[in-house]
Write a protein that binds this ligand. Structure first.
Ligand SMILES: C[S@@+](CC[C@H](N)C(=O)[O-])C[C@H]1O[C@@H](n2cnc3c(N)ncnc32)[C@H](O)[C@@H]1O
Length: 163
């Protein structure tokens, strides 16, 4: 990313093991254990924030969007990528597999996409882009067990701006 003008990348996660995996990428200047809704990072400093596959683990979205607004410098951007609430509402939470093969679900909360719109707008951000992804051929090829959900919405991405 540095060859595309990115000068410094920082990361935060509440789980040290996930930060270890991020460290293996070799792209982060700093990686800190912390809560995404209360980072303790400096206000008005960041020109781009990205939250990936975390919102469903938060009980409430308002603190997330409030913290994003606090951290962004005016003119900054926030990209949020998430697991579509459609699958949570079908009773299929995000989960991982232990080395033994056992599937372990992580506590998850349903946030409607309109909850995101309200959360970001109430925090003072402006929604600039909004996309939803469905299970398509590429998904089914990568994860054959999901082929039976073809055409169902599995992901969303929003781009927010702070004026
Ligand atoms: C599905 S993983 C996604 C990891 C990574 N962001 C990615 O996109 O590959 C969900 C992550 O959210 C983290 N998480 C859950 N609640 C959090 C919170 N309040 N603050 C920071 N991280 C949190 C978990 O520790 C876990 O690493």
């Amino acid at each position: 990313m540095k060859d595309r003008g990115v000068s410094r990348i920082e990361g935060i996660d509440v789980t040290p093991e996930m930060l270890d995996r991020a460290r293996d990428r070799g792209i982060y200047e700093s990686l800190a254990v912390g809560d995404i809704v209360s980072t303790g990072l400096e206000a008005d400093r960041y020109d781009l924030l990205i939250a990936s596959l975390v919102d469903e683990h938060l009980r409430d979205l308002q603190p997330l969007y409030g913290e994003v607004y606090r951290l962004l410098q005016p003119g900054g951007w926030f990209v949020i990528v998430g697991y579509h609430p459609h699958f949570l509402m079908k009773g299929i939470p995000t989960h991982f597999h232990r080395a033994t093969g056992e599937a372990v679900a992580v506590e998850a909360h349903v946030h409607l996409l309109s909850d995101h719109f309200k959360g970001g707008s109430d925090a003072g951000l402006t929604l600039r882009e909004f996309h939803e992804g469905v299970i398509d051929e590429a998904w089914a090829a990568a994860k054959p067990r999901w082929a039976k959900y073809k055409n169902e919405p599995v992901s969303f991405a929003m781009v927010w701006g702070r004026s």
